[in-house]
Ligand binder design. Structure first.
Ligand code: GUN
Length: 285
């Protein structure tokens, strides 16, 4: 292996420490940042994610509430809860865990969230702010990637960044953030011809496709920075997760690389906490 390995756990711990200090400052000024996490249904992965979010916020000293709605909840019931939380002055951040059970419309729920409380950065107003260079709440995972790049001294300015994946949660906001930092950005996806060839032109390669170990060393330019956003179960193993990048072959070629687990993953929750504090500041400052 030639690549240096990015330690996401360490950078996430730093972010959480900063956020904890900001929570204390806000509390001293009479504002306790409040985060509401809404879980609809009983998807096992979502249960783990939401309880981690609720617990982390509580450990940082925030007012943290997890709302559990049954899988048979109606669109109107979810909407009512969001409206109530929008009006609640003790709540500064609202996160509705995705995916919602079948039959419920996530986009409609997201549109109801007060954009100032939209700690996921999914509301169309925040999406528009991101693409037009206005301050707002930015999706947590791509924000976490930017933080990792910064922590390791990688300046996107003048670099060619290739983002593989075009989801609203990761691919598109990732491209917007890299563009805002003056990278030249290419967005690739499942229908891109000659994907490996395009990826090999990347100084910064971000993999967010959701396909286990699809990005091998053949996709990597020598010395490139490789960021793996994938979280994929490994068939035949109960608890093992791996990324979209085939770490061993990619690390032979890359200059700097994130592992899975321990790379981007820990950053997502840390940036959510940072967004909750930012939301509290925006609503009270
Ligand atoms: N499900 C998986 N990741 C996320 C996320 O970042 N936010 C929300 N709301 N749901 C998710």
């Amino acid at each position: 292996m030639s690549a240096a390995v990015i330690d996401g756990k360490q950078v996430a711990a730093q972010v959480l420490e900063e956020v904890g200090r900001e929570v204390e400052q806000l509390k001293a000024a009479g504002v306790t940042p409040g985060l509401a996490v809404v879980l609809v249904g009983d998807d096992p992965a979502s249960q783990v994610y939401t309880s981690n979010k609720e617990r982390t916020a509580r450990e940082l000293g925030m007012h943290s509430v997890l709302y559990r709605l049954s899988a048979t909840s109606t669109q109107a019931e979810v909407a009512d809860l969001v409206r109530t939380l929008n009006r609640d002055p003790a709540i500064h951040g609202i996160l509705v865990q995705s995916p919602l059970p079948k039959g419920l419309d996530m986009d409609a729920v997201v549109r109801l969230i007060d954009p100032l409380k939209d700690v996921d950065g999914f509301h169309p107003e925040n999406v528009g702010r991101l693409w037009t260079g206005q301050d707002g709440l930015v999706p947590c995972t791509p924000a976490g990637v930017m933080r990792l790049l910064e922590a390791y001294g990688v300046d996107p300015k003048g670099k060619h960044a290739v983002v593989v994946g075009r989801s609203n949660i990761v691919g598109k906001p990732m491209a917007a953030l890299l563009l805002a930092r003056h990278a030249t950005v290419t967005i690739c996806h499942s229908r891109t011809p000659d994907l490996a060839e395009t990826c090999r032109r990347a100084d910064i390669l971000v993999a967010a496709v959701g396909k286990l170990q699809m990005i091998t060393g053949e996709y990597v330019k020598p010395g490139a920075v490789v960021i793996d956003v994938g979280i994929n179960p490994v068939p035949g193993f109960k608890k093992r997760i791996r990324g979209d990048v085939d770490f061993d072959s990619a690390a032979e070629v890359a200059g700097l690389i994130t592992p899975v687990p321990g790379g981007v993953g820990p950053m997502t929750i840390a940036m959510l906490m940072a967004n909750a504090v930012k939301a509290a500041r925006m609503q009270t400052g």
